[in-house]
Structure formats: structure tokens, C-alpha cells
Design a binder for this molecule. Sequence first.
Ligand SMILES: [Zn+2]
Length: 74
Amino acid sequence: MKETGVCPKCGGADVVRVPGGVRSTMDNTQNFVIRGFQSAPVDRYICCACGFSEEWLREEDLEKAKKYWAGAAQ
Ligand SMILES: [Zn+2]
């Protein structure tokens, strides 16, 4: 979905990227994963035809997220 721009559920091509970490002025809408001292924004790709959404961390945050969560007590 991120690479193809096509929804894997319905095949629609009306896919938009919603950047993570953006706070709305009216509520607390934002999308983060804790990765230590700072949180990592999670970008979301949404299909405007069926509503399916997919979430992706950014490549630069993966190592820190792995270090933080691989050793985290669940
Ligand atoms: Zn779809």
C-alpha cells in the first residue's frame, strides 16, 4: 500500500498518506510509538474507498523502537 498506492483490500487507488505525530487543534489526534526518550511518529495510509488503513514507522526509528520494545516487560 505504501509503495503501490493501491488498497490490498478493495483494490482502490484512492490512497492518501496521513503523517504521524500531527496533533489536531480540536482533539489529541496523533499517531506515535514510544521508542525511548522520544516517540516515533507512525505514518498511516488510508483507503478513501473502503476505509482500510495501514501504519508504518519510519526507517530511522526502527532500531530505537526495536531496542526499546525487544527488552520491554509486557
Ligand atoms: Zn480499500
